[in-house]
Design a protein around this ligand. Structure first.
Ligand SMILES: Nc1ncnc2c1ncn2[C@@H]1O[C@H](COP(=O)(O)OP(=O)(O)OP(=O)(O)O)[C@@H](O)[C@H]1O
Ligand SMILES: [Mg+2]
Length: 276
């Protein structure tokens, strides 16, 4: 049993709740898609979710029907009370924190340096997350880390109300370059004491011709990243540039399986590959 396996089981025994931080080195590899589809699968198993949109593009919030600026930008604009910053779809609360493009970084630094903004943020985010939930999922921007100011702000509030353990889900495409860079990224996160324990490696949008050659490489990568769950997802035409409602998104059997692993700790003890 590897280290992350042990921590996973230890936390389950102690009944800590889990939060998942969906991360990648590169943009457009499917973080938002994975975040949404995993939320949907957990919800189908009767679980309540908070899905936090920390993406720059706000894709998740857009699919949830949120059309107004996120919490960070609304605070700086002074419009917080007039905009919809979260929405409930079945038992998934989608919270738009970022999602307003490159201005997010500047908004966050303004919030950090202005005590009125900071208090408003604390109140607004606390109120958004203050519902009973079983899991939270953070849909990040590329190359995110816990040292980023937006992650710090989010975590400061969240950890006030919940003692959850954070697990990272690393998403990559199947090119050799990105697989290698994902290892470099995960090493960087570990060296910088990122609080999220590696949980799963998702290789997304795999051309079917490449699948066989990939499996060995992915298992090797999983060992080095120290995660015991590897997920292989093909390129799916119906998912590409999907812009319908969240609950109409084509489902992925691999994420249905992952949701079962999350909910049922007994299935999590061995290395698993969820493939197609
Ligand atoms: N397995 C897949 N097959 C085909 N298209 C996919 C697949 N997964 C995601 N996509 C599509 O790829 C695009 C990028 O996906 P997504 O927005 O989830 O990536 P991201 O990593 O969140 O991007 P960003 O870094 O911009 O936040 C979207 O159009 C999405 O519909
Ligand atoms: Mg995204």
């Amino acid at each position: 049993m590897n280290a992350s396996n042990k921590i996973f089981i230890f936390n389950l025994l102690l009944q800590y709740n889990m939060r998942f931080s969906v991360m990648s080195i590169k943009g457009g590899v499917g973080k938002s898609t994975i975040s949404i589809l995993l939320s949907i699968e957990l919800n189908r198993l009767g679980k309540r979710l908070i899905l936090v949109d920390m993406d720059l593009s706000g894709y998740t919030s857009f699919l949830a029907g949120i059309r107004e600026p996120g919490i960070f930008s609304s605070i700086v604009d002074g419009t917080l009370n007039r905009v919809e910053s979260y929405r409930d779809i079945e038992n998934i609360r989608i919270i738009k924190l970022a999602g307003d493009g490159p201005r997010t970084k500047l908004d966050v630094s303004k919030i950090r340096s202005n005590s009125t903004f900071l208090t408003q943020f604390q109140k607004a985010y606390l109120s958004a997350i203050s519902i009973p939930h079983d899991y939270s999922i953070i849909d990040n921007f590329p190359l995110s880390s816990s040292m980023d100011e937006e992650s710090r702000l989010e975590r400061e509030i969240y950890t006030n109300v919940r003692n959850d353990i954070c697990y990272s889900i690393l998403v990559t495409d199947s090119s050799d370059f990105d697989l290698n860079e994902t290892l470099v990224y995960s090493t960087y996160l570990r060296k910088n004491n990122d609080p999220c324990v590696p949980f799963a490696l998702v290789t997304n949008m795999i051309p079917s011709s490449r699948k066989q050659a990939l499996e060995k490489r992915i298992i090797e990568l999983m060992n080095r990243i120290n995660t015991h769950i590897g997920i292989l997802i093909p390129f799916i035409d119906d998912l590409f540039e999907y812009n319908g409602p969240i609950n109409g998104m084509p489902r992925l059997s691999q994420l249905a399986e992952l949701a079962k692993i999350v909910v049922n700790e007994s299935e999590s003890r061995e290395n698993v590959i969820l493939s197609f």
